[in-house]
Design a protein around this ligand. Structure first.
Ligand SMILES: [Zn+2]
Length: 248
């Protein structure tokens, strides 16, 4: 009844199953992944920090990422942030749960932010930090990365071309990064992005942060493209925290 009223008022429907009502229906929300899997790209960019993702870039995750990014369904930032929070929590592991967590979103190009009218990854990462704090973790979003040159659109480029296209394309605000690291000694620094494809964007973000003196614990993404999801993922030592499954 409530969903029907919302549909009449707002004309909305579930971004995953198209059922009229909320932008994400309860059934689809309950089906979202609540754990992280290691997902090394093939080929693996040299030196890439541990990449962990909630699942394949397909189905519900793909629908949510695109509806949020392209159709500006901002209400989806919270469920996407919750998915990402699970990934971050599994990435850092229980032994780091009592240390601060710094989330660094991969920056969108300014021209992309302007054309879309919003920065989806920043919004999703903020929601992930909110969820981590609800779980009792000391999580902060640090938007210290910026794109620095005109970067071509990555779609349609192969791994080598992507890496070449991106080399030197990001920079970290050194002073802000240093201040943040000094205020949060021992913090786990995690790069966040929506989709891991070749890993070259994440690797460039990692390079920029490392050039700024940071150590990157890993890369947390909502989804990874199918080719990149290694079937050996579960053999990697990813353990859930005791409070895993507490939901939101
Ligand atoms: Zn649905």
């Amino acid at each position: 009844m409530l969903d029907a009223c919302l549909d009449l008022l707002l004309g909305s429907s579930c971004a995953v199953c198209a059922r009229p009502g909320r932008v994400l229906c309860r059934a689809c929300a309950d089906g979202l992944p609540s754990a992280g899997r290691v997902c090394w790209p093939t080929p693996r960019p040299v030196g890439l920090a541990l990449p962990v993702s909630a699942g394949e870039y397909d189905g519900a995750l793909k629908a949510l990422v695109n509806a949020h990014k392209e159709r500006r369904q901002f209400a989806l930032a919270r469920p996407l942030g919750t998915v990402l929070a699970h990934v971050v929590r599994d990435l850092i592991g229980p032994e780091a749960a009592d240390r601060p967590v710094l989330l660094v979103p991969v920056p969108s190009r300014a021209v992309v932010v302007r054309s879309r009218g919003h920065d989806p990854m920043l919004r999703t990462t903020r929601q992930a930090a909110n969820q981590l704090r609800r779980w009792g973790l000391d999580a902060t979003v640090v938007g210290v990365l910026q794109t620095r040159t005109v970067v071509r659109d990555q779609s349609g480029l192969h791994a080598v071309d992507r890496a070449r296209n991106l080399a030197g394309s990001m920079q970290a605000s050194g002073t802000r990064l240093q201040q943040t690291l000094q205020r949060r000694p021992g913090a786990s620094l995690v790069i966040t992005d929506d989709v891991l494809t070749t890993g070259s964007t994440a690797r460039e973000a990692q390079r920029a942060l490392e050039d700024g003196g940071a150590t990157v614990a890993g890369i947390a993404t909502v989804a990874a493209t199918r080719k990149r999801l290694a079937t050996t993922a579960t053999s990697e030592s990813l353990s859930s925290l005791p409070f895993s499954g507490s939901g939101d």
